[in-house]
Structures are given as C-alpha cells and as structure tokens.
Design a protein around this ligand. Structure first.
Ligand SMILES: [Cu+2]
Length: 246
C-alpha cells in the first residue's frame, strides 16, 4: 500500500474516533435550562446621556444613530424575566478540570458602550479588548482575585489581549465616559450562561450528577441558589426567581 493510502486510512480512523467520542459525550451528558423571573417593582429604564462626548452623542442621535437605554436593569416585560443574569454551576463538579477554549472572548467598545455588557469566559482564555470608536476610551478593571488593570485605547481599531487566572465576577469601567461599564464573569469550567431578551439560560454538556446553580445579577449579586439533578441525555428544567430587594 502506498503511503498516501496509509495516511488516508489514518485520517479516516482519526475522524471515526473523534466522532464516536463526541457523540458519546453528547449522550452521556445532560443540560439545565430555565428562565430567570423577576418579582417586584421594575425600576424605570432611562436613556443614556451621551452628551459629554460629541463623538458618542453623534452615534446616538437620529437619523444617523439611535438612543440607547441604561443597562443596569433590563426587565423583559412579555415574559416577566430579567436580562443579563449570569447563571452558573457553583458546586458539584468536584476536581474535574476543563480545557481552555482556543477561541478568544471579545470586549468591544462600540457606540460608546461595552459590548457585551455582561461577558462570560473561562480562566486562561484570551480576552481581546478592542476600540471600535473614533474616540478615546479607557478600560479600568478592579478584580479582587486577579491583577487589576487600567489602560487607555485612544484610537479606533486598537486592541489589547488580557487573560485571567482565577474565577470571579468583576466590574470594568471607562473613566472617560461615566455611563460606560461592563462585567466580566470568569469561570474555571464551561458551565455558565447569560440570560437574553427571553430570560432563558441553558447550561449543557454536564455529566450526570447533582449541582448547585447560582443566579448573579449586577444589582443583586449572587442572589438565587438552587440544587438541580442532571441525568444523561436529558434537559432538566429549573426556573429561578429574583425577588425585589427590600
Ligand atoms: Cu469610554
């Protein structure tokens, strides 16, 4: 047999092994899915005042741009749910370790806002901080378990790579534009999800077992904890409710 044929055979066998492992993994694991409801008075969502920086203001003034609402508390009226809630596995994983994603996470400064407002990623993963605006931004982060950072990106197109060793959730802000802030959620495993417009979270790929999941929101902190059982090949439903702070 020529070497090309041998190579072909080796590649084919490799693919079979990869596929089998992947399909077994999908069958052997389960997921947790649900909605994060909010019960209480809904604070009024106002428009961000971009006036201080003419470049920012222009991007949010019709007809060229559109106004944007404050990001701290976004209630999804139709479903009664809350957006920008991180739901993650807090305990139950034991000593297992997980590979670091090769894909970087990106925190973009665009339209004088951080996108996304809530960014989740794994420890060790690369974070690309980038400036898509033709104005000066500054990225000031004060994590407690990782090294703090504070740097400016005065020009459009600038990028900087960061990475973090320890799991925690911390705030990032821009000292030039007082309304600009974001949160970075770092986890030492891949089991986390952020609620969107529908308030839904999904955590998949979990080995069968009992887990403690937690909901975190920037206005409430770690606010709801629930114990959930995961079975292989099943999606366990777990709705969470955040109550108004009184
Ligand atoms: Cu800024």
């Amino acid at each position: 047999m020529k070497w090309q044929r041998w190579m072909g055979l080796v590649v084919a066998l490799g693919l079979v092994v990869v596929w089998t492992t992947w399909s077994q993994a999908a069958e052997d694991t389960g997921s947790i899915t649900g909605k994060v409801f909010y019960n209480g008075e809904v604070p009024k969502r106002t428009k961000i005042k971009f006036g201080a920086d003419p470049v920012c203001a222009a991007m949010h003034t019709p007809p060229a741009g559109k106004p944007a609402g404050t990001e701290k508390f976004i209630f999804n009226k139709k479903s009664g749910t809350l957006r920008n809630v991180i739901v993650f596995v807090k305990s139950g994983l034991g000593d297992a370790t997980y590979p670091t994603p090769a894909e970087p996470a990106t925190l973009d400064q665009s339209g004088c806002r951080y996108k996304p407002h809530i960014l989740t990623m794994q420890t060790g993963q690369t974070l690309i901080v980038k400036n898509s605006d033709e104005t000066m931004h500054n990225i000031n982060g004060k994590p407690k378990k990782n090294s703090p950072f504070n740097f400016g990106q005065p020009k459009v197109g600038m990028t900087k790579e960061l990475s973090f060793k320890r799991a925690e959730i911390f705030k990032v802000k821009c000292d030039v534009h007082g309304w600009m802030n974001a949160y970075i959620g770092l986890f030492d495993h891949p089991f986390y999800s952020v609620t969107g417009k529908d308030g839904v979270f999904t955590i998949s790929g979990l080995p069968p077992g009992e887990y403690e999941i937690v909901a975190w929101h920037e206005g409430f902190g770690e606010v709801v904890t629930q114990t959930v059982t995961v079975n292989a090949g099943e999606a366990t439903e777990a709705d969470l409710t955040i109550e108004e702070k009184k």
